[in-house]
Design a protein around this ligand. Structure first.
Ligand code: 8YV
Length: 375
């Protein structure tokens, strides 16, 4: 593994543990007076490797979901003079924010820029699973298609069904907006908070109708179990914490319709993956579309052999625009904190990425705890 240094001689020193897409993020850091040390490693770095590069002098770091940003690394960053860290992700279950806060280190993430992109992957997984796209493609490529048949790869009709969300935040709501009106699906969601905006959107879409379109509804369920029982499609959009680890275990999977479709673009450990493999084996009409896995990059034994599972390698946010945008937001978080810019209350990412960068840190999750100025 090599580290490449950009903008040598800058006032600040920033360590970036993976080469990020695009050029803007490096421009942002350069303009903010940062010398940037970037790893070219294609495998996850160990804490020891990151610590070594932080060295004796480091003001900020941009890291990845695959790295444990906890006591050891924040202690090393603090000892090197560090004040800012940004995850290259919206989720930050790999970060012990309290350990950073304790040491006066700001923690950034990259919300907004991956909302629709991630929802699009949930849509892709849903339709691939419902209409058995990867399975039938494998059959075709294997030369098994010897003639049209009336019952070849019968799938599941989504039109008029019930769309279930576990978690109706930014990404969950975007997914529902993309699917429910066009396929005239009723929405049932479980979330700690009511999503009135989503409810209003579905009500307005229902009124718009269209030729022969049935009215559609959106209802907040009082429990996850209610969503699982009623929905034809269940898409997971929760963050990972102790309350959501193995949220879908064997007993909750058993509540779902035998031909339901389960989509997961959130975090792998939200599903007990071994239990899901068992459930998929026992219920051949049940389907799963998975972007994330419990022990990435490993898959639960048997999962890869199951035809009723559609699996992709954690790429839900992987469009060029989004990944370049994530890099710019992460860079702006670190550059903003180091330069003493205020933290944005909310950022319009389209505007933030298109124009000259506002002199703000776009998303710092412990801004209040650190009493950083907010604008
Ligand atoms: C990325 C993600 O795949 O943002 C997140 O929380 O899971 C995805 O956008 C990942 O973070 C890349 O590091």
């Amino acid at each position: 593994m090599n580290w490449t240094v950009h903008h040598r001689g800058g006032r600040f020193r920033v360590v970036v543990t993976k080469t990020l897409p695009g050029a803007r993020w490096l421009e942002v850091l350069g303009a903010a007076g940062c010398e940037v040390s970037v790893s070219d490693s294609r495998r996850p770095l160990t804490a020891a490797e990151v610590r070594e590069e932080l060295g004796a002098r480091c003001d900020g770091a941009i890291g990845q979901l695959t790295e444990p940003w906890a006591e050891e690394l924040f202690e090393a960053l603090k000892a090197a003079g560090g004040r800012a860290y940004s995850n290259y992700a919206v989720g930050y279950d790999n970060v012990k924010v309290a350990e950073a806060t304790k040491r006066g280190i700001a923690v950034g993430n990259t919300p907004g820029v991956l909302t629709e992109t991630t929802a699009e992957m949930a849509v892709a997984l849903l339709f691939a699973a419902a209409r058995r796209v990867p399975e039938s493609e494998r059959y075709l490529r294997a030369g098994k298609f010897t003639g049209w048949l009336p019952d070849l790869f019968l799938g599941k009709r989504l039109w008029g069904g019930v769309l279930g969300l576990v978690g109706a935040g930014r990404i969950g709501a975007a997914f529902a907006r993309m699917v429910a009106p066009g396929h005239r699906m009723d929405v049932i969601y479980h979330d700690l908070h009511r999503n009135a905006e989503l409810e209003d959107f579905i009500a307005a879409s229902s009124r718009l109708g269209g030729p022969g379109a049935r009215p559609i509804s959106c209802r907040r369920a009082s429990s996850v179990e209610e969503v699982l029982r009623e929905a034809d499609v269940v898409s997971l959009h929760v963050l990972l914490d102790p309350s959501t680890r193995h949220l879908l275990d064997a007993s909750r999977l058993a509540l779902m319709k035998p031909d339901a479709i389960l989509v997961n673009t959130s975090r792998g450990p939200v599903i007990d993956e071994a239990a899901l493999v068992e459930h998929l084996r026992k219920n051949p009409d049940f389907r799963a579309g998975l972007d994330v896995f419990e022990r990435e990059p490993a898959l639960a034994p048997g999962l890869a052999e199951l035809e009723n599972a559609v699996i992709v390698p954690h790429i839900a946010s992987a469009t060029r625009w989004t990944r370049e945008g994530m890099a710019t937001l992460a860079a702006a978080n670190v550059a903003g904190v180091l330069n003493g810019y205020p933290v944005a209350r909310e950022v319009n990412v389209e505007e933030f990425l298109a124009g000259p960068l506002p002199r703000k840190a776009p998303s710092i999750v412990n801004a209040r705890e650190l009493s950083l100025p907010v604008a």
